[in-house]
Design a protein around this ligand. Structure first.
Ligand SMILES: NC(=O)C1=CN([C@@H]2O[C@H](COP(=O)(O)OP(=O)(O)OC[C@H]3O[C@@H](n4cnc5c(N)ncnc54)[C@H](OP(=O)(O)O)[C@@H]3O)[C@@H](O)[C@H]2O)C=CC1
Ligand SMILES: O=C1OC[C@@H](O)[C@H](O)[C@H]1O
Length: 393
């Protein structure tokens, strides 16, 4: 057996998700039965100081030889880095990812990819021109659970899929948590592209797209029409967003399908924090339904409920359907390593984009979110909407 291909990561920013991601990179890939790819962290950068970057590397148990930088500009010049993980707020993704690409680095950029579709297109154009790998870090797509579900749809197990309902909502005391301290928190701060849709709504949208769009042959994929109801928090960022998508060409036949993507800061998908197993996602086809238990960003369980041919509600005995298949998909860590493995394989194989989260689909999802924002009147400051580069934020 050939030895694993090692990918050298640079981590750009040292906040909450950067720490989870770097810790996942340090997990032995054999614990998830991976033997072809290995990860190492060779550098990290903090915009605040090099001592913060050093502290980050230590707390994530990265190799002692890793370099700690006090600016992102220094990180992108490091010749020992193959790919950079961009983990700043969405407002900064465009500027930070462009910095990396122009310096010749491959990039994995956190979700939401950018603030708008125009920025996403520019990044894609730049990656293409510079022959660099670029991917939006929608980690959930690379879970074995997601891959299994997409295959079930592609194999026709659900028949014609007509509707997907997906929710990611956090019941939050917004004023006293994210709204406290002058509403500077990235979840509600327009300067950081805050709001429910770009931060959480991207997951229910991911479920609609990975089931109703990605499972259709690429040549048949058509962007959905979009209808949205949006309510804003006092800062102007959205706090309740419900989206109705109509996909013109759905899996299992030439029919339309509805995707219903829900996100809300005031009520939760499940008020007890997912302690009770109830679906956050329902994928409904003519031959049955898949229910995925939440949270939508890190699900570990789903069930398949086959449709009964001669369903007579009078004779159905409640709670005794032996045909229901329950499937548990354990995650040995946070679960961000699977997207990292995908980046590693693409870079090893000279691919610029991943088949699991391709450029065109990221752009179509950003276009969908642009339409939702337009319908809901959600705007962000020009300096974070612009495609100009460089702009200092
Ligand atoms: N995939 C997932 O499960 C998750 C993804 N995310 C995504 O990751 C991104 C970051 O989120 P998260 O880690 O929670 O955010 P944090 O606020 O915890 O961290 C963001 C980091 O970005 C850097 N930064 C640079 N400029 C700014 C600025 N003006 N304001 C604030 N931070 C700045 C800072 O690092 P430094 O000082 O070191 O430069 C900061 O620590 C978001 O886009 C979010 O959507 C978030 C949570 C989960
Ligand atoms: O991506 C995310 O998933 C988990 C949430 O807690 C977080 O706010 C969001 O950014």
């Amino acid at each position: 057996m050939s030895s694993p291909h090692t990918i050298r990561w640079g981590i750009l920013a040292t906040g909450g998700i950067a720490e989870k991601f770097a810790k996942d990179l340090m997990i032995d890939p054999s614990t998830r039965s991976v033997s072809d790819i290995k990860h190492t962290v060779t550098a990290a950068a903090s915009s605040s100081s090099s001592s913060r970057a050093k502290q980050f590397l230590e707390s994530c148990k990265c190799p002692a030889s890793a370099s700690a930088y006090g600016s992102y500009q220094e990180l992108v010049k490091d010749p020992n880095v193959d790919i950079i993980y961009v983990a700043t707020p969405h407002s900064h993704h465009y500027q930070n990812t462009m910095l990396c690409l122009l310096a010749g680095k491959h990039v994995l950029c956190e979700k939401a990819f950018t603030v708008n579709a125009a920025q996403a297109k520019k990044l894609v154009e730049t990656a293409k021109k510079k022959k660099l790998f670029l991917m939006e870090a929608v980690w959930t797509r690379f879970f074995p659970l997601s891959i299994q579900i997409r295959k079930m749809i592609e194999d026709g197990e659900l028949g014609a899929v007509h509707r997907v309902i997906a929710d990611l909502s956090f019941g939050q005391d917004v004023e006293n948590t994210w709204g406290a301290d002058g509403a500077k928190h990235r979840m509600v701060n327009p300067d950081l592209a805050g709001g429910a849709m770009l931060d959480l709504g991207v997951y229910p949208l991911t479920w609609c797209f990975q089931t109703l769009y990605h499972t259709v042959p690429a040549s048949d994929r058509k962007a959905p029409s979009v209808l949205a109801a949006v309510e804003k928090y006092s800062t102007g960022a959205d706090e309740k967003t419900s989206i109705l998508l109509t996909f013109p060409s759905a899996p299992g036949g030439k029919h339309t399908a509805h995707g219903i993507a829900l996100t809300n800061f005031r009520v939760a998908t499940l008020p007890d924090g997912f302690n009770t197993a109830k679906p956050a996602i329902r994928i409904q086809g003519t031959k049955g339904e898949i229910q995925v238990d939440g949270p939508a960003f890190r699900p570990t369980h789903y069930r398949f409920i086959p449709a009964e041919d001669d369903l007579d509600p009078q004779v159905v005995k409640k709670g005794s359907n032996e045909k229901v298949r329950e499937v548990e998909c354990e995650i040995p860590g946070q679960g961000m390593f699977w997207e990292a493995d995908e980046c590693g394989r693409c870079i090893r194989d000279g691919k610029l984009e991943s088949a699991g989260m391709g450029w065109e689909e990221s752009v179509v999802i950003m276009e969908t979110m642009d339409q939702v924002r337009k319908q809901g009147g959600v705007t962000y400051p020009e300096k974070i909407e612009t495609t100009e580069y460089p702009v200092s934020l």
